[in-house]
Write a protein that binds this ligand. Structure first.
Ligand SMILES: Nc1ncnc2c1ncn2[C@@H]1O[C@H](COP(=O)(O)OP(=O)(O)OP(=O)(O)O)[C@@H](O)[C@H]1O
Ligand SMILES: [Mg+2]
Length: 328
């Protein structure tokens, strides 16, 4: 399958009083055409930071390194003016709280007209209105409601408006950051179903950020697991779900209720994630890892292919085999 988004050795460091916070630290991902990729991991592991980096909407204390190529165009080297042309049109984002992107005192219709005409000034207002009506219909909203204000919509409906707005210019890649967290369970399921059908209808690639491994396993073709700024495992959803390779992925799976995995006992991962201003020098999961070996605290593991998955863990590295055989 053709790759549309190639993220290579992406790093985002925040400058803080404590020093540099290494929120994303060397992440590489290839996203394919029409693929849906879930990104999971505990709070603070760098998921949103990665999403912001892809859209180049990082705060001013952030330093970005590495490359982000969208159909060959290196987004990391664009200035903000060039990036404005790409953002919303070729790559867009759905946020957890739609009100962060919707202006409460601006009619829904005007949000759409503004977005469309900013990117495509040649489109007339009538045509933009037609596009808006079609898009609202696609997300299950009566087009006449475009004349209402965002605050007149319920939370779930507002998220539908936000989804419609982020898709109206038919972007290649859409990033959804915890799009359902603030909604009740039934509405959550409806929104996820909607995202799934829209991805197929509009041929887009989707990056779905969430801390809920159960959600992504159902919706995503592949899942990437982040831990403390590192991508520790990436593979096909069913492999991640039924045959996790990284001890962190295993632990994460055991910590979600109602999974199909055999061991139904809920296990919480002991300890907490490391301080990203002073992360462990070897594997960042080592202090909490039940399978840690001496090398894990000394040296950062590489990424190894295990079956169809890619895993950043010494359990699968050559040096670990050497030290394991020496120990026998
Ligand atoms: N503007 C900022 N300045 C300094 N540090 C920041 C800033 N924004 C985020 N961080 C830090 O970067 C790290 C990653 O944060 P991020 O919000 O990307 O995590 P996340 O995986 O999205 O978490 P959550 O699941 O809670 O949304 C955290 O340690 C966070 O405290
Ligand atoms: Mg986040």
């Amino acid at each position: 399958m053709k790759s549309v988004l190639r993220i290579e050795d992406l790093k985002v460091y925040y400058k803080t009083e404590k020093g540099l916070v290494r929120a994303v630290d060397g992440v590489s991902i290839d996203l394919c055409e029409r693929e849906s990729l879930g990104i999971v991991g505990e709070s603070g592991c760098g998921k949103t930071t990665m999403g912001y980096a892809l859209l180049r909407i990082l705060p001013s204390n952030a330093v970005l390194e590495g490359s982000i190529k969208l159909n060959g165009l290196d987004l990391s080297s664009l200035d903000q003016k060039q990036m404005e042309k790409v953002r919303g049109a070729k790559i867009s984002m759905i946020f957890q709280d739609p009100m962060t992107s919707l202006n409460p005192v601006m009619k829904v219709r005007d949000h759409f007209i503004e977005t469309i005409q900013t990117h495509k000034p040649e489109i007339s207002e009538e045509e933009a209105e037609r596009m808006t009506a079609n898009m609202l219909r696609a997300v299950g909203i009566e087009p006449t409601r475009m004349n209402e204000y965002p605050f007149q919509f319920s939370g779930g409906m507002r998220q539908r408006v936000m989804i419609a707005l982020s898709l109206v210019l038919n972007p290649v890649v859409v990033i959804a950051d915890e799009p359902t967290t603030s909604l009740d369970v039934i509405v959550q399921a409806q929104i996820l179903d909607l995202l799934k059908s829209l991805r197929e209808k509009f041929n887009m690639s989707l990056i779905l950020i969430t801390h809920d491994l159960g959600v992504v396993a159902e919706l995503a073709d592949r899942v990437g697991v982040m831990y403390a700024g590192h991508l520790v495992e990436i593979g096909e959803s069913r492999d991640i779900y039924y045959s996790p390779k990284h001890p962190y992925t295993e632990a994460l799976l055991k910590s979600i209720p109602n999974t199909n995995i055999e061991d139904k006992e809920l296990v919480y991962i002991p300890g907490g994630p490391p301080d990203l201003a002073d992360p462990p020098k070897g594997c960042r999961f080592e202090p909490r890892c039940p399978k840690a070996m001496p090398i894990c605290s000394r040296k950062e593991p590489g990424v190894y292919q295990v079956g169809r998955s890619f895993v950043k863990c010494w359990l699968y590295g050559e040096e670990s085999h050497v030290s394991a055989s020496k120990g026998q």
